[in-house]
Every structure is written in structure tokens, then in C-alpha cells.
Design a protein around this ligand. Structure first.
Ligand SMILES: NC(=O)c1ccc[n+]([C@@H]2O[C@H](COP(=O)([O-])OP(=O)(O)OC[C@H]3O[C@@H](n4cnc5c(N)ncnc54)[C@H](O)[C@@H]3O)[C@@H](O)[C@H]2O)c1
Length: 383
């Protein structure tokens, strides 16, 4: 039997729910007959080869429950596309709260917010012990935006426990040279930061921006406004927590533009919380620019997606790339998957280049491909 990929989840919220549902949904499917995956096989691993061996959360409705049940507990509100998830045998444990909870949530109904459990919180040694005993290959970070201290706490635990780290949210770990160096020194792979959804606002905005660059069309101004009704959007009403998210989302678009926008000509952000939208996210995107002869144009686009399956379609590949690196004994930042799968990687590439590099990473030939991409970038006047 094929070896399993053993993951630990930090934050059993909507994204984790879609991921766990997806692992089961695709298990045993015919590879010729699947919809919604970028890869069926990565290095010999199929989606169903992933198992959750440890999970931490702070919400009293999730603690002590099998992961297969906790993913459906409130305030999770994402669509249920696989209701029959069999028990995993892994029970959700109390995490360390730190700055994972934003006080403004207390002003909203229980069904919409985190309810912090009154249970003893583990210290670093305890989390490391759990990760080691579970023989977790990697830790997946799904903490709320703005959880700076909590993310650093769990990243440190991953390092001490000898686990890889997949950072799905915008606290900068993979793109922080000091942290990147520490993972490299420990021989542990890391992918990050801030997952780029399968078909979401960022990838669409980047593709259109890249298209304009390639077609010689100038964009003068752009915005991307996003609304949603899940706890991710509720949490982001606290503007103090938003700094790194704004940076991550804005830089994802800036980095593929022909010329950097002045700050006042680009606005990218989570924009409002609309409770009844639940996990549906709506993006309103506008580009204004000029084409041949300085003649103006504008584009309006509205994209409506279910937010969490959209991230799980990417996480399912990040996990397998991280496992591939572990199998190969490769540590430090995995640059190609970080650039393809994340909004704020340490090195940005266009999505075409990031795609080709990631395919080469999977084949084990990415270092040769990198030289080719670097030469093409230099010839095109890039860096
Ligand atoms: N959906 C997407 O496409 C997408 C894209 C990019 C980034 N992200 C990011 O991924 C992260 C997860 O998103 P989500 O929609 O699952 O959020 P969520 O609010 O549904 O889940 C967060 C979970 O973390 C738990 N938590 C809070 N503090 C904790 C702590 N200290 N220790 C352990 N658990 C804690 C909460 O109880 C909750 O279950 C967010 O930061 C989000 O911005 C999501």
C-alpha cells in the first residue's frame, strides 16, 4: 500500500473543512474521470493519500470532536460537497489562543463567531510532543488573518517537531528570510505565504494584468473589491489585523504589472462582511487603461465563488509538493510551489513561469528550468 501523507491542521475552519471533505471525495475515484484538480498524481501521491493525524483549534464547538465531525461545526459555513466523511480517529485539541481571536467578534451572534473554549492551553513543548507522537509530516497553518504571534508559535513548534510547514495565510514566514533560513538549516521544507485560490480574485486579476502587459496595453488604475460572509471576512473587519493581507494581495497584482502603480491607483482588498453570503465570496474588479493611440478602455468583472473549496483545490497540491520535498530530503523554501500556489512567495514569477517551474519541481528538474526562466526574464528586461 502507498505511504500516507500525515498532516497536522492548525485551525479547523472553513478551508480545513473543504480540504478534509475533498480528501475523502476524491478517494478511490477514477483518475480519468475527476473534475476540479490540477493534478491527480504528484510524485505517486493521489489526493486520497492524505490523512489528518493532528488538529488544533480554540473553538469549544470543535474541541474533543473527531476532525470528521468538527469540520461541520459552526461557525463553519462552507458548502458541504461530501457529507459522509468517515471518522479519522484524530480528535481536535485545544490550541494556544495568543492573537488568534479578535475581540470585535464578541459583538456578533455565536453562530457567526469563534467561541473560545475555557480549556487549558498547551505550551510549545506540548504541541511539539503531539506532533511528534502523531508522526506528522507537515503542519498546515489555517489561522485567521492577523494571527502574528500564534503563527510564529506554531511555526516554531513545526521546526522543533521536525515537520514541514505549509503557510496558507498572510503572516510572513516563507517570505521572511530569517524564518526561511531556519527551515533550510533544519532541512525542513516550507511553502508560503498566503494561499492563492484555484480560480479566485487574485489569479484572475494577475492573469488580466499580465495579459495587458503582454499586449502592450497600459493599466492606469485598478481595484478589486471583495465581500463575503464567513469568519475570515468577519475577522478582517478589524482593520488592525489587515496590514499583511493587504500587502500580500496588492503585491500579488503589482508584481505582474508592466509598471508599478502609484499607491492611489491600485486598491485591492477584502472590502466588507455580508453575513448572508456565508462562504460565497464576490469579487468586483475594474481595470481602466489605454490601448493603441492612447485610446481609453475599461473592464468590469464580477466573480462569484465558494471561498473555501477554492483554496482546498490548491492546498491538496501544496501538501503533496511538501511531501515530495520531504521524501527527497529537500529543506528550506520550495520556490516554485510557493510562487504558483501563494500570493506572497519569497520570489514572484508570472503564473505561466510559476506553473512551468512547479511542473519541473514535480519532475525533479526545476533547477535546470529555473536557469531557462531566468534567462527569458533577463531577455525580456525583467530581473
Ligand atoms: N479561502 C481562501 O481562498 C483563502 C485564500 C487565502 C488565504 N486564506 C486564509 O486561510 C486562513 C483560514 O481561512 P478559513 O476560511 O478557514 O478561516 P476560518 O475563520 O474559517 O478558520 C480559522 C480557524 O482557526 C481557529 N483558530 C483561531 N485561533 C486559533 C489558535 N490560536 N489556535 C488554533 N486554532 C485557532 C478558529 O477557531 C477557526 O476554526 C485565513 O487566514 C484566510 O485568510 C484563505
Amino acid at each position: 500500500m502507498r505511504e500516507k501523507i500525515r498532516i497536522a491542521i492548525i485551525g479547523v475552519g472553513n478551508c480545513a473543512s473543504s480540504l478534509v471533505q475533498g480528501i475523502h471525495y476524491y478517494r478511490g475515484r477514477d483518475p480519468q474521470d475527476v473534475i476540479g484538480l490540477m493534478h491527480w498524481d504528484i510524485g505517486g501521491y493521489a489526493p486520497g493519500d492524505i490523512e489528518v493525524v493532528a488538529a488544533f483549534d480554540i473553538d469549544r464547538r470543535k474541541l474533543g470532536r473527531d476532525v470528521a465531525e468538527a469540520i461541520f461545526a459552526p461557525p463553519n459555513c462552507t458548502t458541504v460537497f461530501c457529507a459522509e466523511v468517515p471518522p479519522s480517529g484524530t480528535v481536535v485539541r485545544m490550541g494556544r489562543v495568543l492573537d488568534g481571536y479578535s475581540e470585535h467578534m464578541a459583538d456578533y451572534p455565536d453562530a457567526r463567531t469563534f467561541l473560545v473554549a475555557d480549556a487549558p492551553q498547551p505550551d510549545q513543548a506540548e504541541v511539539v510532543r503531539v506532533l511528534r507522537e502523531a508522526r506528522a509530516d507537515m503542519v498546515l497553518n489555517y489561522l485567521p488573518v492577523g494571527s502574528e504571534e500564534a503563527t510564529r508559535f506554531y511555526a516554531e513548534c513545526a521546526l522543533q517537531a521536525g515537520c514541514g510547514f505549509v503557510n496558507n495565510m498572510p503572516v510572513f514566514i516563507a517570505s521572511d528570510p530569517a524564518w526561511a533560513k531556519r527551515f533550510e538549516a533544519a532541512g525542513l521544507p516550507i511553502i508560503g505565504d498566503d494561499i492563492k485560490a484555484q480560480f479566485g480574485a487574485t489569479i484572475t486579476h494577475r492573469a488580466l494584468t499580465d495579459l495587458c502587459r503582454k499586449r502592450g496595453v497600459t493599466i492606469d488604475r485598478t481595484y478589486q473589491l471583495n465581500t463575503g460572509g464567513n469568519t475570515d471576512f468577519l475577522n478582517m473587519l478589524n482593520l488592525a489585523r489587515l496590514k499583511s493581507k493587504k500587502r500580500s494581495k496588492t503585491e500579488a497584482v503589482q508584481s505582474v504589472a508592466a509598471i508599478r502603480f502609484d499607491d492611489e491607483n491600485i486598491h485591492v482588498g477584502p472590502s466588507d462582511y455580508v453575513a448572508w453570503q456565508n462562504d460565497n465570496k464576490v469579487c468586483f474588479l475594474r481595470l481602466e487603461g489605454r490601448m493603441f493611440g492612447d485610446v481609453p478602455f475599461n473592464l468590469e468583472l464580477r466573480l462569484s465563488v465558494e471561498d473555501s473549496p477554492n483554496s482546498a483545490g490548491v492546498a491538496i497540491d501544496m501538501i503533496r509538493c511538501c511531501k515530495l520535498a520531504l521524501d527527497r530530503g529537500e529543506g528550506g523554501v520550495l520556490y516554485p510551489p510557493s510562487a504558483f500556489f501563494c500570493k506572497h512567495p519569497p520570489v514572484q514569477y508570472t503564473d505561466d513561469d510559476a506553473y512551468r517551474l512547479t511542473e519541473a519541481f514535480i519532475d525533479g528538474t526545476w533547477k535546470e528550468k529555473l536557469a531557462e526562466v531566468a534567462a527569458q526574464r533577463a531577455a525580456a528586461g525583467g530581473t
